[in-house]
Design a protein around this ligand. Structure first.
Ligand code: PLP
Length: 394
């Protein structure tokens, strides 16, 4: 018999994908410019010019057999050395090339990391609202995802809620800052307190709780906020990084895992083993060589900042309640009725495609991905206003 779990996963499209497909069909019916598709976190700004230049140079000047050939399973040594040098130069001295594993984006990085750390029955804690695929990745690792609510109003870490969620089975905690979907950046104080609590719990149970930082949005902050680097605060830490959003290259599938060299246990060996057993070896070689030359660079993210400011101010003036996001490119807004799915259905009548927050573990909210053109934001504002008015008018 074929694996029932995978049949289920394959048949049930995520709500976001479902909306995206609906949006494409609707655009064919009524025209692209009349549909306000805020469903997907697909960057709307092009990669930086340097990205094209680096690719061209690599193709022109590198031996094609080497450029397009297999690299080591965990990534080309010189690429891993470049990633390690960047991390050590930007943050503290935390890694060597042998702590880095190149992956197809953060999705693969997270799946490998969770499979490397977890044994059947383990628990993986994360904070609401969270990226829904965490539950799928944890299940793949034989673990259970334990969502812990964040502080109402700010979506910062609720330490008391976390303390009561930790058990002897807790193997890891996943944080995502800047956050999809709330846009929140955890302040340094929260990271310090989180790490102190995890230290305390690890000491009590005698086995480490690993801290996994999922960082596809690290560089996407709009007010100069500092995004604390977990390795500066916690030795049992692993960073799952992606270039998808920072360089606007989500389709190219490139990222990495960085394991703190001080982490307890043979974490990096387990990462290599998990990557091997999942078949996630030798990330795309051309992209590996390209990102090694583009560490720390971003596409022009000023567009997202302008979109955020315009959208937040307009929505607030129409009566929506928002927590102004500090980073990433999502706005998490209170729905105007208790049932967020019903609210999103009503929004569709105004050609607004919004994602209900239920899948992110937060009822009563919707996610608006504002990584779209500023023109679309402008065109969509009357629809947001009409949607709000439709509640005022009963
Ligand atoms: N983690 C979060 C929080 C995300 O928002 C995403 C993608 O949107 C991912 C992981 C996966 O990113 P990637 O494209 O690098 O696989």
């Amino acid at each position: 018999m074929i694996n029932k779990n995978y049949i289920r996963l394959g048949n049930v499209r995520s709500v976001i994908r479902e909306l995206f497909e609906y949006g494409n069909a609707r655009k064919r019916e009524i025209g692209e410019e009349n549909v306000f598709d805020f469903s997907l976190g697909n960057p709307s700004v092009p990669p930086p010019e340097e990205f094209k230049q680096v690719l061209c140079e690599l193709i022109r000047n590198t031996d094609p057999v080497q450029l397009h050939g297999y690299t080591s399973a965990q990534g080309a040594p010189q690429v891993r050395a470049a990633v390690a040098a960047y991390i050590n130069g930007t943050f503290g001295d935390h890694v060597t090339a042998d702590c880095i594993y190149m992956t197809c984006g953060a999705a693969a990085a997270l799946t490998i990391t969770l499979c490397a750390l977890c044994n059947g029955g383990d628990e993986v804690v994360t904070f609401t609202p969270y990226f829904p695929e965490y539950a799928v990745f944890a299940a793949q690792a034989g673990a259970t995802l334990v969502p812990v609510r964040s502080l109402p109003g700010t979506f910062d870490i609720d330490l008391a809620a976390l303390a009561s969620a930790l058990t002897p089975k807790t193997k890891a905690v996943i944080i995502n800052s800047p956050n999809n979907p709330s846009g929140v950046v955890y302040p340094e104080q929260s990271i310090r307190q989180l790490c102190a609590l995890l230290e305390e719990h690890s000491a009590k149970t005698g086995s480490p709780v690993y801290l996994i930082s999922d960082e596809p949005y690290r560089e996407l902050v709009y007010g100069g906020e500092r995004v604390p680097y977990v390795m500066d605060y916690y030795k049992n830490s692993i960073v799952c990084y992606s270039f998808s959003k920072s360089l606007s290259v989500p389709g190219e599938r490139i990222g990495y895992i960085a394991v703190n060299k001080q982490a307890e246990g043979e974490v990096y060996a387990a990462v290599c083993g998990a990557g091997r057993s999942l078949g996630y070896v030798c990330a795309p070689s051309l992209l590996q060589f390209a990102v090694a030359k583009l560490m720390g660079r971003t596409s022009d993210i000023s567009v997202y900042r302008r979109n955020r400011d315009r959208l937040c101010s307009a929505l607030e003036s129409f009566g929506y309640k928002t927590v102004r996001p500090q980073g990433a490119f999502y706005l998490f807004v209170e729905a105007l009725e208790a049932d967020a799915a019903a609210f999103c259905e009503r929004a569709k009548k105004f050609e607004l495609l919004l994602v209900p927050g239920d899948g992110f573990g937060c009822k009563g909210y919707v996610r608006i991905a504002y990584c779209v053109s500023p023109q679309m934001i402008e065109r969509s504002l009357p629809a947001f206003k009409a949607l709000a008015n439709s509640y005022k008018n009963g």
